[in-house]
Every structure is written in structure tokens, then in C-alpha cells.
Write a protein that binds this ligand. Structure first.
Ligand SMILES: [Cu+2]
Length: 286
């Protein structure tokens, strides 16, 4: 019984840390990262829904092709039919694809509309500016806060308290994460200072170009606390692969504490936030 309890506790700890660590790419991953926002959940649903059309159509065409190749090959069918019209078949192969396209278009447009329409007035507006090769984040709140977020250099791990390679993976971890509250609608205004970049966060289902002189708008509502990783997704120069995006989703109280402290001492605020989160994980595991 004790063993079972210990195993359950261990599993809970793993699960708790799993949610606290949120999501990041894994080696040999072929599927999406787990959805952290309703929009990403809708994207995942639409992808599976689309496969229900794509796979049967592909198989049907493959079978028809194979049948024609074998059944009507020159040796088996030396005198080909001269038929050139068949009204029924022509109606079927016109109407069939129209119905399929309609079935795809309706949910596709619904998804597209949802991606551009926040369900409520966002409670927090951030500006993300792409630079060669890092990001500037500006919190558009009273007494705005802005800071730079660059890839964590391997030599700086100890200085930032980010020795944990699983939680702060090489080439994805950053020095200063974007911190946002959980279950809040967040608007991100995306732009660039030099060349084209793109702001992308797979687990949130958002990706938009960062264009110098223009502002693109995205929104998300992250529903699970944790640390999420994305990357610049537009070829922007020699260090394009080295300008990751990290977003830390925390509780409202943790966010408020962090924002207040970050105005005076960003490093100190980040340290305190990390300590608070780690404390939370231990409690969840116990
Ligand atoms: Cu870039």
C-alpha cells in the first residue's frame, strides 16, 4: 500500500512539474505541442477534422489510379473505349469536391475569425519588437515596463540561476522571459526595429510577422501556468536560429508581485518569481 502511495505521489510530482514546466519541443516530435490556449485547441481540432477528408481522398485516388493502371493496361485492354462524356460522373466529380470544400471552408473561416477576435477587451497589452537577434518587450501599463530578452548564453546559466537543462533548454531559454498572468486575455503588438522577424508561440497557436514600421496584433489567453518556448519564425539573418521567445505564465498574484518588483530590479524580480514557482512545485509534489 505504501509503495502504491509512493508511486502515486511520484506520478503526481511528475504531473505537477509537467504542468509547471509547460511545453517545449521534444526530440523526434511529430505532433503539435500540447495546447495551452483555446485557439490552439481549436487549431488541433481543425487539423484532425481536415485529416478525415485528406486521408480518405488520398486513398480513393490511389485505389482508382492503381485500378486504372492494372485493369486498362495495353496488354489487358488492347482496344480502348472511345467514351468521352458521362453526365452522371461529371456531375458527381464536380459536386463532390464542392461539398468537401464547403465542409472545410466553414470551420476554417470560423477559426480564422476567432484568431483575430479577442473574446473580450484584453486586460494586458504588450509590445514585442524584434531586433537582430533578440526581442524587446514593453508592458503597456501605467508606468510602463520594458526590457530586452535574449537567448541565454551557456556561460550565463549560473548567473541567472538557470542550470536546469530540462526547464531551460539550450537555444530556447532566454535571460528575461515575458511574464503574463494565467487566464487573462493578453494582446501582443508585434513589430520589428530592423528587418522582418516573426513572433511565434506554438503552444498558444499564435504566429505573426514582425515588420519594421508596422504593427501586427495577436492575442492569447493561456490557461495553464508554466514556461513556454517559441522562436523567431522568419529568416532574419545569421543568428535567426538564436532568438528564442520564452513566455512564463504565472498566477495573478505572482504576476502583480513580479511587475511591481521588475520596475526597480528586473533580475531580482525574476529570481523571486522563479523561487516562488519552485516553492509552488514542491508543495504540489508533496
Ligand atoms: Cu528574427
Amino acid at each position: 500500500m505504501k509503495k502504491v502511495l509512493a508511486a502515486a505521489a511520484a506520478a503526481t510530482a511528475v504531473l505537477a512539474s509537467g504542468t509547471a514546466w509547460a511545453d517545449q519541443p521534444h526530440p523526434w516530435q511529430t505532433r503539435f505541442q500540447e495546447a495551452a490556449t483555446p485557439i490552439m485547441a481549436q487549431i488541433e481540432w481543425f487539423e484532425i477534422y481536415t485529416l478525415w477528408f485528406i486521408i480518405p481522398i488520398t486513398l480513393l485516388v490511389l485505389v482508382l489510379l492503381a485500378y486504372c493502371i492494372v485493369r486498362f493496361r495495353a496488354s489487358a485492354n488492347p482496344t480502348p473505349s472511345r467514351t468521352s462524356h458521362n453526365t452522371l460522373i461529371e456531375v458527381v466529380w464536380t459536386v463532390g469536391p464542392v461539398v468537401v470544400l464547403l465542409a472545410l471552408a466553414v470551420p476554417s473561416f470560423q477559426l480564422l475569425t476567432a484568431q483575430y477576435t479577442p473574446p473580450e477587451e484584453p486586460t494586458l497589452t504588450l509590445k514585442a519588437t524584434g531586433n537582430q537577434w533578440n526581442w524587446d518587450y514593453e508592458y503597456q501599463v501605467e508606468d510602463p515596463l520594458s526590457f530586452n530578452s535574449a537567448m541565454l548564453q551557456e556561460g550565463d546559466r549560473a548567473a541567472f540561476g538557470k542550470e536546469d537543462m530540462a526547464r531551460y533548454p539550450r537555444l530556447l531559454a532566454v535571460d528575461n522571459e515575458m511574464v503574463v498572468p494565467v487566464n487573462a486575455t493578453v494582446r501582443v503588438l508585434v513589430t520589428a526595429a530592423d528587418v522582418l522577424h516573426a513572433f511565434a508561440m506554438p503552444a498558444f497557436g499564435v504566429k505573426t510577422d514582425a515588420v519594421p514600421g508596422r504593427i501586427n496584433e495577436i492575442w492569447f489567453n493561456a490557461q495553464k501556468e508554466g514556461l513556454y518556448y517559441g522562436q523567431c519564425s522568419e529568416l532574419c539573418g545569421k543568428d535567426h536560429a538564436f532568438m528564442p521567445i520564452a513566455i512564463r505564465v504565472v498566477s495573478n498574484e505572482q504576476y502583480d508581485t513580479w511587475l511591481t518588483a521588475a520596475r526597480g530590479d528586473l533580475q531580482g524580480a525574476n529570481r523571486a518569481l522563479m523561487a516562488a514557482i519552485d516553492g509552488g512545485v514542491q508543495v504540489a509534489g508533496n
